[in-house]
Design a protein around this ligand. Structure first.
Ligand SMILES: [Zn+2]
Length: 306
């Protein structure tokens, strides 16, 4: 699922292409994408895009309002890309690709196309009139890149959760998902399953710094690599990540093999050496399989592999 650096990358690429431009048409290939009824999608046709913003993991296009009053805001197209939704920028009038194509927004100089790989239809679009209506789509997590340390710590300690859960909860923090939470926890040298209630002030400070550095570095890296091109390869698995998606590959900091914990539908990756004092975290599916055999330390695991 696109996370903060990916969403900022899209906003960075979309801004010069569509802000200030008039929408000439809106084409829906899959009726299921559109989850709102009123106002209709056609309301955006003929209107100029006046702004872009992020709302949690959603990308919001703002078109000019119906009347002269700017106070209540305009018409908003609220996109949630979910796991496999991606934007494409194509020449004007490009046909929506079969199978993966969901939607196209036409401009005189180009077409913004939304695709979704796979068979699951999860990406969504809501058309919303006015700022009050838009606010209902804000999950309410704090904007981590603009939060100071006290605000960050307050949000972190509001409830007792594992760090992995707290970081990825959209009601607590905005825009962090499975990939960047793995990277942040590795940079902070903290276990994904550490409980927020057991964090020292020093742990919290280190986590805060890791959030800032990780998200800023990745945002700058992705935008630098894309340059003026429209991003075509937005993925949760980035070359250069330390642990995410790198199970059994060497940790870039210590060389120990990256570990994984599979839980629910997700997988967390971490380095036992750097983050858990060498302890392996119990993997629910694997530990059930292995029962008492589950190795407790990296040394034990390596001995067994030999
Ligand atoms: Zn390591």
């Amino acid at each position: 699922m696109p996370e903060l650096p990916d969403i900022l990358l899209y906003l960075h690429a979309l801004h010069p292409r569509i802000v200030g431009r008039r929408v000439t048409g809106a084409r829906l290939a899959t009726p299921f994408l559109l989850r709102s009824v009123d106002p209709p999608l056609s309301a955006v046709e003929g209107k100029t895009i006046v702004g872009l913003r992020r709302l949690g993991k959603r990308i919001v296009l703002e078109a000019e309002g119906p009347g002269p009053s700017a106070a209540e805001g305009g018409l908003f197209l609220v996109f949630h890309l979910m796991i496999a939704g991606r934007f494409r920028w194509r020449p004007p009038g490009t046909a929506i690709p079969g199978k993966v194509g969901l939607f196209a927004l036409d401009f005189e100089h180009g077409t913004l196309i939304l695709t979704e790989a796979g068979t699951k239809r999860q990406a969504s679009l809501h058309v919303v009139q006015g700022r009050d209506a838009l606010a209902r789509y804000d999950p309410g997590g704090i904007d981590v890149m603009n939060a100071d340390l006290p605000a960050f710590v307050e949000a972190l300690r509001r409830d007792n959760h594992t760090l992995k859960r707290a970081l990825t909860d959209p009601h607590v923090f905005s825009g962090i998902g499975n990939a960047y939470s793995d990277e942040i926890l590795h940079a902070a040298r903290l276990s994904p399953f550490k409980q927020t209630s057991t964090m020292t002030d020093e742990d919290a400070r280190r986590l805060y710094d890791a959030v800032q550095v990780t998200l800023m570095q990745w945002t700058a890296k992705l935008q630098g690599e894309a340059g003026d091109e429209f991003p075509e390869n937005v993925t949760a698995f980035r070359e250069g990540m330390a642990v995410h998606g790198r199970y059994r590959q060497p940790c870039p900091d210590c060389g120990a093999p990256v570990q994984r914990v599979v839980y629910a539908a997700n997988e967390a990756n971490y380095c036992a050496n750097c983050q858990t004092g060498g302890r392996l975290l119990a993997d629910r599916s694997l530990s059930r399989l292995l029962r008492e055999d589950w190795p407790r330390t990296l040394d034990e695991l390596e001995q067994r592999r030999k």
